[in-house]
Each structure stands twice: as structure tokens, then as C-alpha cells.
Design a protein around this ligand. Sequence first.
Ligand code: SF4
Ligand code: SF4
Length: 182
Amino acid sequence: MGDEVKQERDKLHQRDDLDQPIVLPGIHRYQFISNIKDRALTKNLNRVAMLGIAATLGVDIVKPLANGVPQAIYCYECRACYATQDKCPVGISFQAELVVAARVADYDRFIRNGGLKCIRCGNCQSFCVQNLDLPKIFGTMQIITIKAMKEDIIPKRILTDALKKGLVNRQYIDEVAEYCGV
Ligand code: SF4
Ligand code: SF4
């Protein structure tokens, strides 16, 4: 009796041959994933996907908004700004790295790529396909980075290394040197 009920229940959740859509006369296209019994898994997969999307939105949209660099959201990461080359007076090669670092508040990446060396001249802006206000993004990220340094969020070795490599501009060098004790 129990088996019969189970079979009946399974049948309700399972499409048989005649329920499958016909693609050509006599030929059915089997849609296993749309069988009702498979949907529990599909639903959970959807939930996981939605969670992933929400987490990405959190990092890519909420963080830049909170950090005062909303324009960084619009960076395509196309790297067209690398064409700035020797027009950058302080020799920064990878402006897109700075934008992405600002977007996710990655201090290490920002410092390593010369973010604290930028003098906000604006030369790279004309190469940006999105015409993002790059000097403003970099300037805001510099302020946030120095604030994080004062709050001991950035490991000293990263800043000491930046000092050694000449990656800190005149505006911040005294503060950074004092923090690193050099
Ligand atoms: S704004 Fe900064 S990164 Fe851009 S060209 Fe000027 S110094 Fe270089
Ligand atoms: S050119 Fe503009 S949009 Fe493209 S990576 Fe550089 S900053 Fe981002």
C-alpha cells in the first residue's frame, strides 16, 4: 500500500513521455530539469546564486558608496587608462588597479601600485573611456588610506616598503615616515 502511494506521488512529480514538448512529429524534447521533483535542488541553487549576487553587489556597490568613491563603480576594468604611460608625471603605470583598489578599499593594492604617489594632476582622466574623475577617486582613496594607517589597519611593513620604493608623495611622506618610525 505504502509503495503504491509513493509510486502515485512520484508520478505526480514526474513528467512522462507524452508530457514532454514535441520538437518534431514523433520526437519529444526531454526536459529533465523542469520535472517538478528536481525543483527543490534548482530552488536551492537559485538561492545560492542570489546570495552570490548579493555579496558581489555588497562589495562592488555598497563599499564604494560608503567610502565616498561612487564613480569607481562605473569602471569597466578595460585598462584603456594604461595608455597614460609617460604622461603620468609620477610614473604610475596601472591606473585601473588604483580604481579597483578604491572600489573595494584594498589599501595594500592601492599603495603597491603607487596610489600614495599620485599628485592628482588629471592627465590620466582623458584616457578613461568612462571619463571617470580619476584624480578625485585617487585623492579620496589617499585620504581613506591615511586614515586607515592611523587606525592601525594597514600593516607597517607595507608602508615601510612603500617608503623605500618611493611610493609616497610629498604631501603624505612625513605622516607615513612618522608612523613607520623611520
Ligand atoms: S592623476 Fe595621478 S595617476 Fe593620473 S596621471 Fe596624474 S599623477 Fe598619474
Ligand atoms: S579607462 Fe576608465 S573605465 Fe577603463 S579601466 Fe581605466 S578607469 Fe576603468
